[in-house]
Design a protein around this ligand. Structure first.
Ligand code: UGA
Length: 453
């Protein structure tokens, strides 16, 4: 089967490389010349474990190619739209400009009937609008439209593609559904569950899934706040909840609030979709508000742990990306935290294994970007863990204590063991457990000194 994927971004690249690995002949169209050239030369514009090797293998096998214009790929059986659908400035609706621009170009370039598939996350009803557009522009061709949402997590996208929990195909066209089933046959024969639905249903499953997962995170974060007041332990609460099969253990890790290119954008869009449909979602509206408030509250928590004042203090930030194993910093909680700390007069030294290059463009020039954790920690008054990269989990508490000038550690991902950190002489604050009496005393002492000073 010959397929074309419009958009060589995160979703397009991963899906294209995986479809090629499953046996399809794939062309990925990337109109951005910089990205296109990089891809042609075998360089990945994003960091995703295993992607570069998978792309290289499929190219060598002659099943994956890149093009910089849609016209070059008119002879295709299926076209996947995998362009960006960012939040529209001001109102939170998904911006469909790229989707419809791409669809217009596809319509102009087609020479034979195709199946047009949306992989991008598009509001419910978009597939129907695309079908109308195709019928208008190309009444001479039978173009059937389908929705095939992606459920790939950054950092483990290839595994998510190859071992999916489910494959969702939504279309009113039997031809489109049959062709997509054939494309995914190498996965379904191995037991992957495929769910065929109507167009609108498939579009909605994607938003519902992301909203539900975001809601789970917002919920556990609220529980963490309660734990801090009530003396309960959030890790044990999450385990106790997750052991119930109806709840499940995933996405119950309390933290600084969800970020990334999907949850913040998709929950906002879901709110708009629901309002426009006349069926407002109070739950998702609350999830959006709770998460925004949580991200903002993290910097106040850090400032409080530093004795109420950060002016002139050296603060080491470990982790800039919104999660580990990616170089993506979009909507990362680290950004807001660092902006606030710098505004309040702190001297920030930041390190991230993959995120520094992108972060440089989004953070104040006063931020000192470091080569490694050790450099960031040197002479710091406080250490803040924002992203749970594995290499941070390996840090030795005694070495942390020795490298720092002060002793405050705020661990927004609970990667360290509180008692071990305290035994090393650190004043340790995790998420979702009552502060230890030792830390409360240390905090009071720091405050007394900072007021006295
Ligand atoms: C998310 C979904 O998990 C994917 O299924 C979906 O395909 C993708 O969005 C998308 O729509 O394209 P992703 O944004 O890569 O994937 O990352 P997640 O692993 O879902 O994490 C999102 C955010 O939630 C991160 O900031 C992460 O730190 C946070 N999170 C996640 C928590 O705070 N606690 C958790 O227990 C899990």
């Amino acid at each position: 089967m010959r397929i074309t994927i419009v958009g060589g971004g995160y979703v397009g690249l991963v899906s294209g490389a995986c479809f090629a690995a499953l046996g399809a002949v794939v062309t990925i169209v990337e109109v951005d010349q910089g990205r296109f050239t990089a891809l042609r030369e075998g360089r990945m514009p994003i960091y995703e474990p295993g992607l570069e090797a998978l792309v290289a293998t499929s190219r060598t096998a002659g099943r994956l190619a890149f093009a910089d214009s849609i016209e070059e790929v008119a002879d295709t059986d299926m076209v996947f739209l995998a362009v960006g659908t960012p939040s529209r400035r001001g109102d939170g609706h998904a911006d469909l400009t790229y989707v419809f621009e791409a669809a217009e170009q596809v319509a102009a370039a087609l020479t034979k009937p195709v199946v047009l598939v949306t992989k991008s996350t598009v509001p419910v009803g978009t597939g129907r609008r695309l079908a109308e557009l195709m019928a208008l522009r190309r009444p001479d061709l039978a173009v059937s439209v389908a929705s095939n949402p992606e459920f790939l997590r950054e950092g483990c996208a290839i595994d998510d593609f190859m071992q999916p929990d489910r494959i969702v195909i939504g279309s009113d066209s039997a031809t489109a559904t049959a062709m997509l089933c054939e494309l995914y046959a190498p996965l379904t024969v191995k037991g992957a569950r495929l769910l065929a639905t109507g167009l609108e249903t498939a579009e909605m499953i994607k938003y519902a899934a992301n909203s539900f997962l975001a809601m789970k995170i917002a919920f556990i974060n609220e529980m963490a706040d309660m734990c801090e007041k009530l003396g309960a332990e959030i890790g044990d609460i999450a385990t106790g909840l997750g052991l119930d099969h109806r709840i499940g253990p995933q996405f119950l890790q309390a933290g600084p609030g969800f970020g990334g290119s999907c949850f913040p954008k998709d929950t906002q869009a879901m709110v708009r979709i629901a309002q426009d449909a006349g069926a407002p979602s109070r739950l998702v509206e609350t999830v959006v508000a709770v998460n925004e408030a949580r991200k903002a509250a993290m910097s106040s928590r850090i400032i409080a742990a530093c004795g109420g004042v950060v002016r002139g203090k050296r603060i080491a930030i470990l982790g800039l990306t919104f999660k580990p194993d990616t170089d993506d910093i979009r909507d990362s909680p680290a950004l807001g935290i660092i902006h606030r700390l710098v505004d309040e007069g702190a001297m920030v030294s930041a390190y991230d294994p993959m995120g520094c290059n992108h972060a440089r463009f989004q953070l104040p020039s006063r931020v000192n970007f470091c080569e490694d954790s050790q450099q960031a920690l040197q002479g710091a008054d406080a250490l803040i863990i924002v992203t749970e990269w594995n290499e941070f989990k390996m840090l030795d508490p005694v070495a942390i204590h020795q490298a720092m000038r002060g002793h405050v550690v705020v661990d927004l991902r609970n990667i360290f063991h509180g008692p071990t950190m305290r035994a090393a002489g650190l004043v340790y604050y995790g998420i979702g457990s009552a502060p230890s009496p030792l830390d409360v005393r240390a905090e009071a002492e720091t405050q007394r000194l900072s007021y006295a000073g």
